[in-house]
Design a protein around this ligand. Sequence first.
Ligand SMILES: Cc1cc2nc3c(=O)[nH]c(=O)nc-3n(C[C@H](O)[C@H](O)[C@H](O)COP(=O)(O)O)c2cc1C
Ligand SMILES: Nc1ncnc2c1ncn2[C@@H]1O[C@H](COP(=O)(O)OP(=O)(O)OP(=O)(O)O)[C@@H](O)[C@H]1O
Length: 181
Amino acid sequence: MRVHTAGTCKLSASVMTIGALDGVHRGHQALICQARKRALVLGVPLVVYTFDPPPRVFFQQAMQLTTIEEKLHRLEHLSVDHVVVAGFDAEYSTREGSSFLRELRDLHPLEIWVGHDFRFGSNRGGDISTLRESFPVNVLDSILCSSGEIISSSRIRALLMQDRHLQAEQLLGWQTVQAKG
Ligand SMILES: Cc1cc2nc3c(=O)[nH]c(=O)nc-3n(C[C@H](O)[C@H](O)[C@H](O)COP(=O)(O)O)c2cc1C
Ligand SMILES: Nc1ncnc2c1ncn2[C@@H]1O[C@H](COP(=O)(O)OP(=O)(O)OP(=O)(O)O)[C@@H](O)[C@H]1O
């Protein structure tokens, strides 16, 4: 797996997914595995574009589930070929969606896979329909847990805050739950 800083990766074709991916939980894993299947069918590399720290950690001081090192370790385990890591800070957060889309063009994505609530760009101004104006976008159905709720990093954080480690671990789908940050 190759790791790139934002703006430095150029590929002639790819399949991509984009997200904070904090914890690389079972929903994220399904998204990455679906993108990986398509990358294999199309014979192109699988690229994950992610943010460090996760925007929700930067803006809301949310508990960080995985360090960037642990996130990269998990992505490698999922057979990701390239990871682009954008250092998420005040300057990056003001970047317009159009500038972000220009960067993605250098990766020539044949398909981008996201979940239904994906947003991007300054003040979360871009959404799936904006992304679709530039690229073929596929939306994965939400992965639910056994009680029927959507698996999310926020839900896992809430479980950890309540010391419900076993439930958090089940949603994460990895053997080790990181200590509270
Ligand atoms: C260029 C760029 C600027 C962003 N600016 C903001 C922002 O101003 N406010 C915000 O809450 N999130 C911002 N984000 C983060 C997105 O809202 C979102 O968290 C990110 O694209 C990852 O998607 P995900 O939350 O579905 O994982 C920005 C993302 C990008 C790519
Ligand atoms: N349970 C899920 N099923 C399918 N896709 C998901 C699921 N959870 C997240 N995704 C998708 O994964 C990508 C990255 O999402 P993100 O990292 O924001 O996860 P999250 O769990 O929603 O985080 P948070 O709770 O902090 O907002 C997005 O495209 C999102 O829609």
